[in-house]
Design a protein around this ligand. Sequence first.
Ligand code: COA
Length: 144
Amino acid sequence: MHIRFASPEETHALRQQVLRPMQAMEEMEWPQDRNPGSFHIGVEQDSELVAVASFLPERNPMLKGERPYRVRGMATAAPFRRAGLGARLLRFGMDGLLDRHADLVWCHARQRAVPFYARAGFTRLGSLFEVQDIGIHLLMYQPL
Ligand SMILES: CC(C)(COP(=O)(O)OP(=O)(O)OC[C@H]1O[C@@H](n2cnc3c(N)ncnc32)[C@H](O)[C@@H]1OP(=O)(O)O)[C@@H](O)C(=O)NCCC(=O)NCCS
């Protein structure tokens, strides 16, 4: 099992399976995926990605930061959860953010993932909000 950089396409299967099963595979490509500075990572086991995450330069109006990044599409395949993979992947991505001189990372955490991000050092901000068809989220962030 090892962590490596991935192409946007390589994240699509887990994005769909874990995060957006109600959407078509063609909708798994997000507008920021290929922006300058965006990168994607995954945990590979037996030539398959079993966890993925994407790091995208993006500002959030609620947060200050000269070089903010958003972490998005964080997904561990169900049989591999609670084994520390998500935490390792997030740490690897955040090391990549430091290399890129980012000064802030934020996410719209799904309500069930709030404890995961809190454990990784993210702070909750504001109130819960609903994203249509996907569920309840909370803005979380961490200065780097
Ligand atoms: C959130 C998610 C990515 C976490 O991945 P993971 O590989 O299971 O995470 P880890 O095993 O590294 O968990 C690290 C720590 O986060 C916390 N955590 C993770 N999942 C949790 C849960 N369901 N409930 C409470 N705490 C949780 C725990 O503190 C855990 O450490 P511990 O197992 O030693 O107690 C995974 O559960 C997932 O893909 N969920 C569905 C999709 C999703 O909600 N993605 C986030 C989108 S914002």
